[in-house]
Design a protein around this ligand. Structure first.
Ligand code: ATP
Ligand code: SF4
Ligand code: MG
Length: 324
């Protein structure tokens, strides 16, 4: 299928000059129309920075130092999101690509009814829409995410965390974007609720036809719900593969370590191994393959030469073991 969002050689730094750290290192990643792409990696690997970078929502001192983010609208020519003016960017966000942030459910305005917060998005982006159409659309969205009609006029504090998160999803979908990015929307929610919300999003995707980038460190959720998975380490993508292939036999030792950190979905129980050591510090990124100090399979070239992400059929990996 055709790509809807193509990240090409994206680089992001925090800070300027010799104080800067390189947080996103030459990341290339493609989201295809209609698919769910999962993005996983330990804390600090750069998942949020990548999401904020590609939507130009990086908080200072974050700066994009290179790359392209090519967006292909449903009708019309592809364009580079990084080249949009601020005015064009306001049109792009919400209407073309919507993002639900980490902990977004706490960003609802406590003094406004949830229905009002949804109609406000429409008021800002579709000023010509009539008041009654706005109300109808807000009701429809809330119904779609499973909020009962009698809760429409509730205030955020009257709703559970899971319901507030669903309101955020409704808000993200209200302008019918092509791409929805969810950055760990499941933090602070219990496991049952995480599954429900992600399951619901997938169901909505089937009905409304948008594409999803779903960011989490819970790889088991991604194996279950996404089409493809990209694994980040130290600001780079180290492996990318169809979810089933990644689960069956991942190519990269880091992915193998992450997969060893959660119980098998099916089949025999296996021992949880986890990954010894801790993720690298951006200020002192190891030479060569940045995973080498923790890698059980490290060998000759690993400490000195950086492995590049290379395609192997429908998957790719950045590791000297699979580099042929
Ligand atoms: P988590 O799973 O905890 O959300 P993440 O994968 O989203 O982690 P990021 O938040 O993108 O990781 O952080 C990537 C790296 O950038 C980390 O090393 C972090 O310390 C660094 N970083 C993030 N924000 C800033 C900032 N404002 N200034 C300097 N460094 C930052
Ligand atoms: Fe391990 Fe070497 Fe592969 Fe890096 S390149 S993951 S250190 S084997
Ligand atoms: Mg994050």
């Amino acid at each position: 299928t055709e790509p809807v969002l193509e990240i090409k050689n994206l680089n992001v730094d925090y800070g300027l000059g010799d104080q800067s750290v390189h947080a996103i290192r030459d990341v290339s990643l493609t989201l295809h129309r209609g698919e769910v792409l999962g993005l996983a990696g330990e804390s600090g690997s750069g998942k949020s920075t990548l999401a904020y970078g590609m939507t130009r929502l990086l908080p200072p001192p974050g700066v994009i130092t290179g790359g392209q983010v090519i967006y292909t609208p449903e009708s019309g020519d592809p364009y580079d999101v990084l080249q949009l003016t601020d005015r064009q960017l306001r049109g792009f966000r919400w209407s073309e690509t919507a993002i639900v942030f980490q902990g977004a459910m706490n960003s609802l305005n406590p003094v406004h009814k949830i229905s009002t917060q949804l109609t406000d998005v429409l008021r800002a982006h579709e000023p010509k829409m009539s008041e009654s159409s706005r109300n109808a659309r807000a009701r429809e969205m809330l119904k779609l995410v499973g909020i009962a009609a009698d809760r429409m006029d509730a205030y955020p504090h009257q709703l559970s965390g899971g319901m507030r998160q669903r309101v955020m999803i409704g808000m993200a979908l209200i302008l019918q974007p092509q791409v929805v990015i969810m950055d760990e929307p499941t933090t602070a929610l219990d496991v049952v609720m995480q599954r429900q919300i992600l399951g619901q999003l997938i169901e909505l995707r089937e009905r409304l036809g948008f594409s999803v980038i779903f960011i989490t460190h819970d790889l088991s959720l991604l194996v279950e719900f996404s089409n493809r998975i990209a694994i980040m380490y130290g600001g780079r993508i180290v492996e990318e593969a169809p979810a089933s292939a990644l689960y069956r036999d991942s190519l990269h030792p880091y992915s193998q370590g992450l997969l060893g950190s959660f119980p098998a979905l099916r089949g025999p129980r296996r021992e949880l191994t986890g990954i010894p050591g801790s993720p690298p510090d951006l200020k002192g990124m190891p030479s060569g393959c940045s995973f080498h100090p923790r890698c059980p399979k490290a060998f000759d070239p690993c400490a000195t030469e950086i492995p590049v992400l290379t395609a192997h059929g429908d998957r790719s990996a950045a590791c000297w073991l699979v580099e042929r």
